[in-house]
Structures are given as C-alpha cells and as structure tokens.
Design a protein around this ligand. Sequence first.
Ligand SMILES: Nc1ncnc2c1ncn2[C@@H]1O[C@H](COP(=O)(O)OP(=O)(O)OP(=O)(O)O)[C@@H](O)[C@H]1O
Ligand SMILES: [Mg+2]
Length: 261
Amino acid sequence: MLTAINLCKRVATTENELEILQDISFELEVGRSLAILGESGSGKTTLLGILAGLDTPTSGQVVLNGKSIFELSEEQRAQLRKENLGFVFQSFQLIEGLTALENVMMPLELKRDKKAREKSMEILSKVGLEKRMNHYTNQLSGGEQQRVAIARAFVSEPRLLLADEPTGNLDTETGQKIIDLMFKLNSTLKTTLVLVTHDIHLAAKCDEALMLSGGQIVERRTGGDVVIDEQARTEQSVDEPGVDIPSVKERRSSVEGIIND
Ligand SMILES: Nc1ncnc2c1ncn2[C@@H]1O[C@H](COP(=O)(O)OP(=O)(O)OP(=O)(O)O)[C@@H](O)[C@H]1O
Ligand SMILES: [Mg+2]
C-alpha cells in the first residue's frame, strides 16, 4: 500500500514563496495502477519525486508498506528504494560513460545479483534494444534513452514502479510495447504502478487516475467514479486568475474520455 497524507511542497523563489503541491492525499492498494494527469507545471514530477523519497515535502507524509518514509534516515530510505522501487525519470538520468547494458545492470549490481548481465540483456531485448546494448548513452536517440531508463527501472522487478511520462518520447507502436510490458509486470508480479502521463490511452488502462492543477488534486477517478474537487478548482481560479483552467465541463468530458476509452 502506498499512502500520501496531506503532502505540501513550498519553495522559495527570488520573488516569493511558491506552493508547488497543496494538501495531496490518496491511497493506492498493492498491485493497483494509478495515472497522474495534469497540465505542464501542475506538480506531477514533484509529487512523483516525493512519493519515491527522492525529494522531501514541506509537510505531510508518505507511507510505503507501513513505513513512514520521511521518518527513516537517508540511508534507510535509500535501502527501501533499492529493495522496492523502480523509477523512470522524465529526463532519463542515465549515467554517461556507461553503455546501455551497463546502465541497466547497475541496480542489480548494487544488489550483487550474479545474473545481472543476463537479466539486463533480456529486458533490453524486450524493449527492442538488442542491437543497442553496447552503445554509450550519447550514441542513443531520445526514445532509445527512454527505453534504457525503463529497462533499468524494470530489471530488478520492483514492487512499486514510478514512471514520469514513460512513453513521452516514443512512437505509438514502441509506446504500446512499453505499456504492455508495464502492465505485464503489474499483472504477473503485482507491481504497483504510478504513471505520470499525458497519454489518455495509457491513463485509460490504469485502475485509478488523479488530475492535478496548480499543485492540487482537482479530479480523481477510483474504480469508475469520478470525483471533482470544486473547492480546489475555485480556490485555484481565485489564486491565479491568469492561469487558464479548463472548465469543469471540459475536464469532465476529458475524464469521461479516459473512462470510456
Ligand atoms: N526547485 C524548484 N524551485 C522553484 N520552482 C520549482 C522547483 N521545482 C519545481 N518548480 C515549479 O513547480 C511547478 C511544478 O513543477 P513540476 O516539474 O512538478 O511540474 P510537472 O507537472 O511535472 O510539469 P511537466 O508536465 O512540464 O513535466 C513548476 O511550475 C515548476 O516551475
Ligand atoms: Mg514533469
């Protein structure tokens, strides 16, 4: 189970204090999949980083498998991540100077897995990179780097996979292959998935969806029920009159699109 409790994130800028996340709470059962949607700058990447314990909230908690992760030491949190978590960064974060294969082997080598090479080669083949294993990261296209990042997150068969726009740089066919792989992991290993995406086809495959706007949850779908947080939406429009917020009707139809797709 992954639980977010009243997460807030404030940062100081040169002009003022910026509230990137405001009072984010949700629960996700083991083996479920959650899509996080929302316009650019709405706080999706920040939220994902906090859920992974890579970033810290100003207030609030994240509970993973019964452990409140911000009450752990830095070291314990790193250990928890190593054992349970796969993370696909929006900017890939591959290690330069290592090949595709070496990048994917890294998390297994950290766990001293003797089959690191074999398992990494297998997963790289699954993402269609069997001919690119020995290329250095700067010799790979954006979509190829994304697939290496995905392979690296999958290779240790994590219990929780957090992925930031995992299909953002891929063509439809390759994207579909990656989506299928993620959901196979989800169904065979009961991996919990949290996916930030603009892709409504991917969102439609998820059990649940959250829509963020201005750092708040404005809509949520659990099972087939859509809940629209009118209060968050109204506060948002008062706070930031310049921000173009889709009308409830527009957003309702976009969520209906997600459900019916
Ligand atoms: N360290 C920081 N200092 C100041 N502002 C920040 C910081 N990190 C993020 N922000 C701001 O917080 C907001 C949310 O950023 P975030 O990266 O979470 O958005 P996002 O929803 O992932 O957007 P995108 O879809 O473009 O990736 C943005 O407006 C961003 O400029
Ligand atoms: Mg982002």
